[in-house]
Design a protein around this ligand. Structure first.
Ligand SMILES: Nc1ncnc2c1ncn2[C@@H]1O[C@H](COP(=O)(O)OP(=O)(O)O)[C@@H](O)[C@H]1O
Ligand SMILES: [Mg+2]
Length: 286
């Protein structure tokens, strides 16, 4: 099917809410469905902890060089999904294909090698408290490359300037704000030029203004460096702002997936309720 999905930046989503952000994502032209390339593929993944089923046959091919947002209420398995992709949690059934390899059919050593191709930004930025911002960002380069300190310095300072932290290099993580920690974590996640970058709720714990600033930074870095970005959030305004594609996770499955514009204009009552954050609708509190 020669289905083209040009992204228009239309401003009406029909529900009359007033968004400060441009209403429908990024206004980028997406590739046609048949031209999509998928470096990260999740196939029929099932995962339970004891009797508690979290993922119940999840399928998702992430589109390369796009920003895909995974939305879902707390406790639906968003972090569990990301951990499967980065090789921290093994599925009970199904496959996780990354760079053409099933990462759960290779050795732990090979998996660790593969992990270097990922940039990961978890909830708290996960900085080492005992290292200053500079050393935190330099850490992956020192650990995984043979670069000289002078080269490392160039890379680290470039990244820190991009995220607006060039003046904070000597500060310890405990001395800076939550937003700065996230930016430092972001700089560190990008320092090895990963082709896949994953964010687990980068907006958690930030106020709306800092969330908006972080979203702009994510878009800027994606524009400049490209890459396949997967962003987990429960913040709908973040999803609106940064997504090319939106997946909605609910009760262990992907209940909606598609271009951002389609998601935010969906006629489906569940998707509408979920993406507009309205209390009334088919989605209950259970
Ligand atoms: N290692 C684990 N052991 C047992 N239960 C877990 C584990 N990791 C996650 N869970 C459970 O799986 C569910 C989904 O968790 P999670 O993916 O963290 O949710 P979220 O969508 O908020 O990121 C939760 O009920 C959580 O308690
Ligand atoms: Mg989570």
């Amino acid at each position: 099917m020669g289905r083209h999905r040009p992204r228009q930046n239309s401003d009406q989503d029909g529900d009359g809410d007033t968004q400060v952000m441009p209403a429908q994502g990024r206004g980028r032209n997406l590739v046609a469905a048949e031209d999509e390339v998928h470096t990260v593929q999740v196939k029929n993944v099932r995962k339970a902890f004891g009797n508690f089923k979290v993922l119940e046959g999840l399928n998702l091919n992430f589109v390369d060089d796009a920003v895909t947002t995974i939305l879902g209420p707390s406790g639906t398995g968003k972090s569990v999904l990301l951990k499967h992709i980065v090789g921290l949690l093994a599925p009970d059934a199904g496959e996780v294909i990354v760079f053409d390899q099933d990462i759960w059919k290779i050795s732990e050593v090979e998996r660790q090698e593969l992990r270097k191709k990922f940039g990961v930004l978890f909830q708290d930025g996960a900085l080492f408290g005992s290292m200053n911002i500079y050393d935190n960002v330099a850490f992956p380069l020192r650990k995984h490359t043979n670069k000289r300190e002078s080269e490392i310095r160039d890379i680290v300072m470039t990244r820190l300037e991009e995220v607006g932290l060039a003046k904070a290099i000597h500060k310890a993580p405990g001395e800076v704000s939550g937003g700065m920690k996230k930016r430092a974590g972001f700089a560190r996640a990008l320092v090895l030029n990963p082709s896949v970058v994953m964010f687990d709720e980068p907006d958690s714990g930030l106020d709306p203004v800092r969330t908006a600033l972080l979203n702009e930074l994510i878009l800027k870095m994606h524009e400049e460096h490209g890459g396949t970005y997967v962003l987990v959030t429960h913040d709908i305004s973040t999803a609106r702002r940064v997504s090319d594609y939106v997946g909605v996770l609910w009760k262990g499955q992907l209940v909606h997936y598609g271009p951002s514009e389609e998601a935010f204009n969906s006629p489906d009552p569940f998707v509408r309720q979920f993406l507009s954050g309205q209390p009334a609708g088919p989605l209950g509190m259970d």
